[in-house]
Design a protein around this ligand. Structure first.
Ligand SMILES: [Zn+2]
Length: 290
């Protein structure tokens, strides 16, 4: 695409001129549309458009599949795209990992080339979410095939109430370093890790612990959500985490949350798929571009 066309497209994006999209496109399943796109939407400036769980990405860039301190895993998914700030952040986290004694880090899913709803995730839609594996890398010269085959490491006990022997002090130090980063909005991790970190953190200076958020799954990877980059237009910042270390609240996850469901309770309704019309209007131009 010529630079002038690029500029025009970016301008359209910003003003939302293409907000009136045809009805048949509006009704389409956004996940199917975005996951079929193998290349980014070119844009002179990057745009994380909308919310982490309702949006898309323009001007996304790829994480280089290998670097001195990282490897991107499961390359076949093509989920290694992000806002340029995210790509920089991932590389910095990989260097932080060397400070806790790891070789670097294995990187899981970021976003699709144009963001949007992703198979297997509720968020990861605007290029500002990253999954990192909890398996400290053995080698950083894995082939593409190796990266499809090897699995990460589970750090949770079989009864789901505590961490197992795979959880180490170096994991704690790495997650703490990431949580202390001002760009980080929150980190999702299995509740037993949260509780172990609560137990191991000193009594003072615990505000960063509030960003460590218990969530379902997340026992083989941790998920980092970044705030909108400074000055980003069209990006909806996630709420900051509540004040406090969040440790008392986390107990629910290893008690009530694990009780068997009431057999008489009605089954939860499956969520309808996200349609293109449910995303910010600019996302229609992002996904419609060749
Ligand atoms: Zn994730």
């Amino acid at each position: 695409m010529k630079a002038s066309i690029l500029r025009k497209t970016a301008a359209l994006l910003l003003t939302g001129v293409l907000a009136t999209m045809p009805g048949n496109l509006r009704a389409q399943d956004a996940k199917a549309l975005f996951s079929s796109k193998e290349t980014p939407f070119n844009s002179e400036s990057p745009y994380a458009i909308g919310q982490h769980s309702r949006g898309c990405l323009a001007g996304g860039v790829a994480l280089p599949e290998s670097g001195p301190t990282w490897q991107a895993m499961r390359l076949s998914r093509n989920h290694y795209w992000g806002h340029p700030e995210t790509i920089r952040f991932v590389q910095e986290v990989s260097r932080a990992a060397t400070k806790v004694g790891w070789n670097g880090i294995y990187v899981g899913d970021l976003s699709q080339p144009r963001g949007g709803p992703v198979p297997g995730h509720a968020s990861h839609q605007i290029g500002l979410d990253v999954d990192f594996w909890l398996l400290p890398p053995g080698r950083l010269d894995l082939s593409r095939g190796d990266r499809e085959r090897i699995s990460s490491m589970n750090v949770r006990s079989a009864d789901q109430r505590s961490v197992n022997g795979n959880w180490t002090r170096s994991h704690h130090r790495l997650l703490e370093a990431v949580a202390r980063d001002g760009r980080v909005n929150r980190i999702f991790i299995t509740a037993p890790v949260k509780l172990q970190m609560c137990a191991d953190a000193p009594a003072r200076d615990r505000a960063w612990l509030g960003k460590i958020r218990p969530w379902w799954g997340h026992n083989t990877h941790f998920h980092v959500r970044l705030n909108c980059p400074r000055g980003a237009r069209g990006c909806v910042n996630p709420d900051p985490v509540p004040r406090g270390d969040g440790c008392d609240e986390a107990i629910w996850w290893v008690t009530e949350a694990l009780e068997p469901p009431d057999p008489d309770a009605p089954a939860p309704k499956p969520k309808p798929p996200i349609r293109l019309a449910d995303l910010p209007p600019q996302c229609a131009s992002v996904v419609a571009a060749p």
